[in-house]
Design a protein around this ligand. Structure first.
Ligand code: ZN
Length: 201
């Protein structure tokens, strides 16, 4: 016997497929949506569609943006010769919040994680190498600001091996960032300290 309508079941299973949403939460959300006024549900659906279709990768640093270049890449007062490599857009936002970094970024969209089947080709590493090889915009330093998890360290090591032969200074943020710490959750002082205390690798 089908306890719920087939439509509700489909909604529950779509929601449950999202990260961090278990079966219970999916059911709660589904029933909440069904009791919402139609126009509110439409607004939610439209907002999701719009975000998905309008948001794209910055052609400079690959962060998520709604124009060709993100605000950081299009800012001429930033130092475009210094590139900070981060795992995702949220890490970039965390560093931007400190207001202490004047270079630009490169967003990898992940970290090398062989156990999860994520290899170097699955994240934006070749794009970084291309940026570092571009003679029109010479790079003086690449700051590796990936997380201090095993995946983050593996990624940092892999990238340094690719970038150093290009004659570019490669640095790693200081270990003020706790092991396994997600950059996003670390306070601004710790981030600033990690950046100031970076060492050449
Ligand atoms: Zn950008």
């Amino acid at each position: 016997m089908e306890l719920y309508s087939g439509y509700v079941n489909r909604l529950v299973s779509e929601l449950a497929a999202l990260p961090g949403i278990g079966d219970k939460s999916a059911q709660r959300l589904a029933f909440h949506m069904i009791n919402m006024p139609q126009e509110k549900v439409k607004r939610l659906a439209d907002t999701m569609m719009e975000a998905r279709s309008k948001v794209r990768y910055c052609t400079g640093c690959y962060t998520l943006t709604d124009s060709e270049k993100c605000p950081v890449c299009s800012d001429a007062s930033r130092d475009h010769s210094v590139i900070m490599v981060v795992e995702d857009t949220r890490d970039m936002a965390a560093y931007e919040k400190t207001g202490r970094y004047s270079g630009v970024y490169h967003v990898l969209h992940g970290a090398i994680a062989p156990m999860l089947g994520v290899g170097p080709a699955d994240i934006k590493i070749k794009e970084l190498v291309a940026r570092c090889s571009d003679e029109n915009e010479p790079v003086s330093e690449v700051i590796l600001a990936t997380n201090s998890s095993i995946e983050g360290e593996t990624t940092a090591m892999y990238i340094s091996k690719l970038i150093k032969p290009l004659g570019i200074k490669v640095t790693r943020i200081a270990s003020g960032v706790p092991v396994g710490g997600d950059l996003e959750y670390i306070d601004e002082i710790t981030l600033t300290r990690a950046l100031d205390g970076r060492v050449e690798v």
